[in-house]
Design a protein around this ligand. Structure first.
Ligand SMILES: [Zn+2]
Length: 122
């Protein structure tokens, strides 16, 4: 555990005010930079996790032959409709949403049609 009298960033001994956290402006700046970088990494990890989870749900259903499911079923499996990687479609009434190489489209009956983006199939 860090001694209360050493720099938060470089751990060198602090002199002066008792509430001082950094030995110099450069350590303060570097520490703030790394804190911000870590916060950004956390946000990106959360988004990437949701996208991968969506893709896993779509691919599992698709590979089991379930190419058409209810929206409720997807939600019950943890699918998050807020996260997708690409939208394709010729107009607003005919949109397909992709989570990487798997996509879905909402049908007129409230179901979800699942498909695979063939151009990316390996
Ligand atoms: Zn320092």
């Amino acid at each position: 555990m860090r001694s209360p009298r050493e720099c938060v960033y470089c751990h060198s001994a602090l002199k002066g005010r008792t509430d001082k956290k950094y030995c110099c402006e450069r350590c303060k700046s570097r520490n703030n930079y790394f804190l911000k970088k870590n916060r950004n990494a956390d946000v990106l990890n959360i988004i990437e996790g949701r996208l991968k989870n969506n893709r896993d749900i779509l691919s599992t259903l698709y590979l089991r032959g379930n190419h058409r499911v209810s929206k409720k079923e997807l939600i019950s499996k943890g699918f998050d409709f807020e996260f997708y990687t690409t939208i394709r479609g010729e107009n607003l009434y005919n949109l397909s949403f992709y989570c990487y190489d798997y996509g879905y489209a909402l049908t007129g009956e409230g179901d979800v049609k699942i498909f695979r983006f063939k151009a990316l199939s390996v």
